[in-house]
Design a protein around this ligand. Structure first.
Ligand SMILES: O=C(O)CCC(=O)C(=O)O
Length: 252
């Protein structure tokens, strides 16, 4: 990480990684995501929300190994590891599809971590990476953050905003397909309405520390675990939770 990235993440709680995927990688990932989406749509017993505001392909890493390998993508994962530490692991992963012309957000202002026994304003417990699979401008909905709010005291009362866009200080994260951004999950964030005629497509990878449990519903399948074991790749194994809860960490 550069000094400016370290300062930005520490002060603002988020970072943008423009052009994280090359054009060729983006095309591959868009194809893999489209196949996952088609499977998910064809079988309504598959996990994930199906609401007017959000279609959620839960655990896309189970659908295609190209989506799995994004967890340790060389333009993204080294930053995640540097920020969280060598005990980094995967907590959950999603493919979010926001329909055009939504009238209500699927996620009002919130943060993701409230674990007890942790002083959150000084801690990095979870970190989320968003990889854009469609262009997102200010009309296409998507993540909006309140910079610096990861440091707010535990009892901070966030003002109510009837329209989530209007929260004072809010910054919408826009970008091109292939761009990524990440944030400390203690940062207040929301999804604003998609006012455009286009679907928003984004992959979300949530990382935490190895001693944490994977989010319920996202436990890697026996197939993914067996493949990770067989690969002998320490990063792949650790990200899928293979190892002892305490003391497991990447070296080298
Ligand atoms: O769809 C978005 O950009 C917001 C996602 C969100 O709120 C979350 O992952 O906690």
């Amino acid at each position: 990480m550069t000094d400016i990235q370290r300062i930005q993440f520490e002060a603002q709680g988020y970072l943008t990684l423009p052009g994280a995927l090359s054009d060729a990688e983006l095309a591959e990932i868009q194809e893999a995501a489209a196949m996952a989406e088609a499977l998910w749509r064809s079988d309504t017993t598959r996990l994930g929300m199906r609401t007017a505001a959000l279609h959620q392909v839960q655990a896309p890493i189970e659908y295609d190994d190209r989506l799995l390998a994004l967890l340790w993508h060389p333009a993204i994962f080294p930053t995640v590891r540097e920020l969280l530490g060598d005990d980094v692991t995967m907590i959950d992963n999603d493919l979010f599809l926001t329909p055009p012309r939504t009238t209500k957000t699927h996620a009002d202002w919130h943060h993701d971590v409230g674990m007890q026994g942790i002083y959150h304003p000084r801690s990095l417990v979870m970190l989320k990476v968003f990889i854009l699979l469609s262009d997102v401008n200010e009309n296409s909905g998507g993540t909006t953050v309140l910079p610096g709010s990861h440091r707010f005291p535990m009892d901070f009362k966030l003002p109510k905003a009837e329209n989530p866009r209007k929260l004072p200080g809010a910054v919408q994260l826009t970008g091109k397909a292939g761009d990524a951004y990440l944030f400390n999950c203690r940062l207040y964030h929301c999804a604003v309405n998609n006012d455009s005629d286009h679907w928003r497509r984004v992959l979300i990878h949530n990382y935490g520390h190895f001693w944490m449990k994977v989010w319920q519903g996202y436990e890697p399948s026996a197939r993914l675990l067996a493949d990770a074991q067989a690969s002998g790749d320490p990063v792949r194994k650790q990200l899928l939770g293979i190892g002892d809860a305490y003391g497991q960490r990447l070296t080298g």
